[in-house]
Design a protein around this ligand. Structure first.
Ligand SMILES: NC(=O)c1ccc[n+]([C@@H]2O[C@H](COP(=O)([O-])OP(=O)(O)OC[C@H]3O[C@@H](n4cnc5c(N)ncnc54)[C@H](O)[C@@H]3O)[C@@H](O)[C@H]2O)c1
Ligand SMILES: [Zn+2]
Ligand SMILES: [Zn+2]
Length: 417
């Protein structure tokens, strides 16, 4: 590779300060150091967590290159890298898998302690960045920074995928889709013939519906306060649809009546502690399992102890419980083998230069998430045309649990009101 060992100058969308449009700049991307790889990013999703950092986060980590749901091609590798070669198709991972730490060695967890998040979770950026722009160090968001034509990651946070996979589709597996799907399959362990309820039908909830369906659930009840989501949920396998606003009684009572005492599995995909409680109470006593997927650190949750004493289990799920390096390539294979859907999440196509339009769309529109294509030459090679894709949106944005006001200014919807 002509560029190996050299600084690469390329385009990236730089956030210089909060609440301002990103600026397409020429940045310098340093060569990968020991155990690192440099990746040419081909496509990336735009998640709510990118917007959260830009519009709401208080941590003031700037300048920064956002983006964490991408797919690309290895351009060069640093010393000590044996697992990757230039040309490998890869997905950057915001949860690492070192294979050596206590958490990687256990089959019970995917929370590797060697990744960027172990130390820098508070600012969601990698201090030890390989980016500079106009003489300034530029931070890497969530250890990844996929709104750049090139990025550098430690090899413990990169998944090698089937070269046949279309990168503009499988980039979706870098975040929300694995989260919802895995929460159903890995964490809840949904069983064939079971009855499930999924609360919240954004990208994560729709992926949870898909997980329940693939696991063989016979009845999947989709719950959302926005009935426009129901049509899409049907595509992923939902059989019944409930809008809590259509009912006078608590939603767990409605579900209990519909299912002769409660569902076998429920998944909360809203990030609302009131809904988390409803989801638990919607489970049947004796064996019901409820999984918290939605994220918030704004409020505590509560429930009556009898709910658990009576035999229900309450669990949480991070990135769908997938060990990232192992799980993401398997999900890519599942897509190629038509076991899971990805195309159906996609609603728009855009380019990296349109990143601010994509962000604007998300702000107004709510729960869609754009995927941006970075290199037109690669797009031609892979797809004959420039593509960008909008998918259903994402993550890490807190919601107000029980009032008429959404905490987030970028969310389309929240709460019951
Ligand atoms: N655990 C993880 O690893 C992880 C990873 C990614 C995202 N998340 C979280 O998952 C959640 C969902 O993400 P998303 O991108 O799909 O969000 P989203 O905003 O696109 O979707 C949320 C859905 O919930 C619905 N909703 C809101 N209040 C409701 C209520 N009271 N009852 C029923 N439905 C309600 C909304 O109408 C919307 O359709 C977020 O909280 C996000 O932070 C968690
Ligand atoms: Zn994300
Ligand atoms: Zn580890």
């Amino acid at each position: 590779m002509a560029t190996a060992g050299k600084v690469i100058k390329c385009k990236a969308a730089v956030a210089w300060e909060p609440n301002k449009p990103l600026v397409i700049e020429e940045i310098e991307v340093a060569p990968p150091q020991a155990n690192e790889v440099r990746i040419k990013i081909v496509a990336t999703g735009v998640c709510h967590s990118d917007l959260y950092h830009l519009f709401e986060s208080m941590n003031n980590a700037y300048p920064i290159v956002l983006g964490h749901e991408g797919a690309g091609i290895i351009e060069s590798v640093g010393p000590g890298v044996t697992e990757f070669q230039p040309g490998d198709r890869v997905i950057p991972l915001f949860i690492s898998q070192c294979g050596e730490c206590r958490f990687c060695k256990s089959s019970k967890s995917n929370q590797c302690e060697k990744g960027w998040a172990a130390e820098r979770y508070d600012v969601m950026s990698l201090d030890d960045t390989r980016f500079t722009c106009k003489g300034k160090k530029v931070l890497q968001f969530m250890g990844t920074s996929t709104f750049s034509e090139y990025t550098v990651l430690n090899q413990i946070a990169v998944a090698k995928i089937d070269p046949a996979a279309p990168l503009d589709k499988v980039c979706l597996l870098g975040c929300g889709i694995c989260t919802g799907y895995g929460a159903a399959v890995n964490t809840a362990k949904v069983e064939p013939g079971s009855t499930c309820a999924v609360f919240g039908l954004g990208a994560v909830g729709l992926a949870a519906v898909m997980g329940c369906y693939v696991a063989g659930a016979k009845r999947i009840i989709a719950v959302d306060i926005n009935p426009e989501k129901f049509e899409k949920a049907k595509v992923f396998g939902a059989t019944d649809f409930i809008n809590p606003k259509d009912h006078d009684k608590p939603i767990h009572e409605v579900l209990s009546e519909m299912t002769n005492g409660g569902v076998d599995f429920s998944l909360e995909c809203c990030g609302n502690v009131g809904v988390m409680r409803s989801a638990l109470e919607s489970c049947v006593k004796g064996w019901g399992v409820s999984v918290i997927v939605g994220w918030t650190d704004m409020h505590d949750f509560a429930a009556r102890p009898i709910q658990l004493i009576a035999g229900r289990t309450w669990k949480g799920s991070l990135f769908g419980g997938f060990k990232s390096k192992d799980g993401v390539p398997e999900m890519v294979k599942a897509y190629l083998n038509k076991k899971i859907k990805l195309d159906e999440f996609i609603t728009h196509n855009m380019t990296l230069a349109q990143v601010n339009d994509a962000i604007e769309l998300m702000k107004q529109g709510k729960w869609y998430t754009p995927i941006l294509h970075h290199h037109s030459s690669f797009n031609v090679e892979l797809h004959e045309s420039k593509i960008t894709v909008l998918k259903f949106g994402f993550c890490f944005v807190p919601q107000h649990p029980d009032s008429s006001e959404c905490f987030s200014t970028i969310r389309s919807s929240c709460c019951f009101h």
